[in-house]
Design a protein around this ligand. Structure first.
Ligand SMILES: Cc1cc2nc3c(=O)[nH]c(=O)nc-3n(C[C@H](O)[C@H](O)[C@H](O)COP(=O)(O)OP(=O)(O)OC[C@H]3O[C@@H](n4cnc5c(N)ncnc54)[C@H](O)[C@@H]3O)c2cc1C
Length: 406
């Protein structure tokens, strides 16, 4: 078995890397070091939803209560609305057992909650990975600050531009969706008293606007998706003018309630929306990937972080039963086989959800689009929210063992 003498490096101290550190320490009981390029752990000042499939994992890792205290559980079902605010459908933001709900989190709060569950010795800040060299036994890592060290295994949780992935010879072209989003938060005390404490999505022709509560309902997150041919060969995000955002939803064919919400926005940022085609492989010997490094997806199903959290649990489950350090490559291959299938479906599903929200391609007919949204809501609950990453990994392990001994 592997144990505390097994040294595993996680590259990237984002939401994925920190969850991996917690899961690997608690479940695989190995010694983890997280290397983060930034001088402090942090996240953009926007929201993220912790979905039921990830809440289940975080509960088993003992951090869900803290997260709930910092976040906001909505009052009930979310709603999909047409541009004028007419109801298209409601959607249950919970699993079928009604045990786990979507939790709206201010990203800096989520990173703090995860960081608190990690031993401070575990995280090395200001360590930007520059080189990965597989050895006969283990992997040598070099950092920009001159530090180098050898680990038994390496996990790349270093985001869409992953250095670890490049070192494995996987460098997929980012695919621009043709869309950008405006993001930010609004002070909830400025909203009308009867503003519903739920998730709302307005879907017009070729653009959409989503909002939901965060931080014990003190803040409301917003994400507005707009088609854009803004040149994206420079930075992929930056500060933006609120007046530009307001102009996208102006006029008589948008809900005045939504326009009132936009009037309350003081500050916003833009992001270009990219993903990439599913990779052909995530693992090479004792090196593997997790989160956006492995499967960047569009945000339209709110599953990027949630999949990184599922990855972490699956990876720890496969590693926990590994027969010594020499068994790590096999554990990584099994992890990859199970996770690649799941995340490829969600990468494609997120593109499809974006096309639906924005009435693109086959969803240009709004009646058909609205019918598809209603079907998608039930599919999401059973296929996405009910998924138990730990159980799926355990069942796969049992199957792999049967094949091995047959
Ligand atoms: C508009 C928008 C809305 C979204 N909403 C949601 C949502 O509601 N729910 C959801 O689940 N997902 C959402 N996502 C997706 C989500 O943000 C990402 O999937 C998630 O942040 C990925 O986490 P990660 O830890 O894998 O990568 P990252 O967050 O990119 O973290 C990577 C970390 O690695 C570090 N790093 C990079 N290179 C190096 C290096 N060479 N050496 C050392 N460190 C390095 C970085 O500094 C960073 O800290 C959204 C995305 C967008 C754009």
């Amino acid at each position: 078995m592997i144990d505390k003498s097994t040294r595993i490096a996680v590259i990237g101290g984002g939401l994925g890397g920190l969850t991996a550190a917690i899961a690997l320490t608690q479940i695989a009981r190995v010694r983890v070091t997280v290397f983060e390029q930034a001088s402090q752990l942090g996240e953009v000042g926007a929201g993220v939803t912790v979905a039921p499939n990830a809440a289940r994992v975080l509960d088993r890792l003992g951090v869900l209560e803290q997260i709930k205290q910092l976040g906001a559980v909505p009052d009930g079902h979310g709603v999909y609305l047409d541009a004028m605010g007419g109801m298209v459908t409601d959607a249950a933001w919970e699993d079928s057992a009604k045990h786990y709900q979507n939790i709206g989190m201010y990203r800096p709060d989520l990173i703090d909650a995860l960081a608190q569950a990690v031993d401070s010795e575990t995280v090395r800040l200001s360590h930007r990975l520059t080189s990965v060299e597989p050895l006969d036994s283990g992997v040598r890592l070099e950092f920009e600050n001159g530090v180098d060290d050898v680990f038994d295994a390496v996990i790349g949780a270093d985001g869409i531009h992953s250095v670890v992935r490049k070192a494995m010879g996987q460098d997929p072209e980012p695919v621009y969706s043709g869309y950008m989003v405006y993001r930010g938060v609004v002070d909830a005390s400025r909203l009308p008293e009867d503003w519903p404490m739920i998730s709302q999505v307005w879907m017009g022709n070729s653009r959409h606007f989503m909002c939901y509560p965060l931080q014990q309902r003190k803040l409301f997150n917003f994400v507005a998706g707009i088609p854009s041919d803004r040149p994206l060969n420079g930075p992929w995000s930056g500060p933006a003018e609120v007046s530009e955002l307001a102009a996208e939803f102006a006029g008589n064919d948008w809900d005045p309630r939504l326009q009132h919400f936009i009037d309350l926005i003081d500050k916003t940022f833009w992001w270009g929306l990219f993903d990439h085609e599913p990779l052909s492989n995530w693992s090479q010997g004792p090196i593997t990937l997790l989160g956006d490094a492995a499967h960047t997806m569009l945000p339209h199903q709110g599953q990027g972080v949630n999949q990184a959290i599922e990855d972490s649990m699956a990876l720890a489950t496969f590693l926990a039963t590994t027969d010594g350090v020499s068994g790590i490559p096999e554990a990584f291959r099994r992890y990859t086989a199970v996770r690649m299938q799941r995340t490829a479906i969600l990468q494609h599903g997120s593109r499809r959800a974006g096309a639906m929200f924005d009435a693109q391609h086959e969803f240009a007919d709004l009646t058909k689009r609205d019918a598809d949204i209603r079907v998608g809501r039930d599919f999401r609950r059973s296929a996405v929210f009910d998924y138990d990453a730990q159980k799926v990994a355990e069942r796969a392990l049992a199957r792999f063992r049967k094949v091995q001994f047959a």
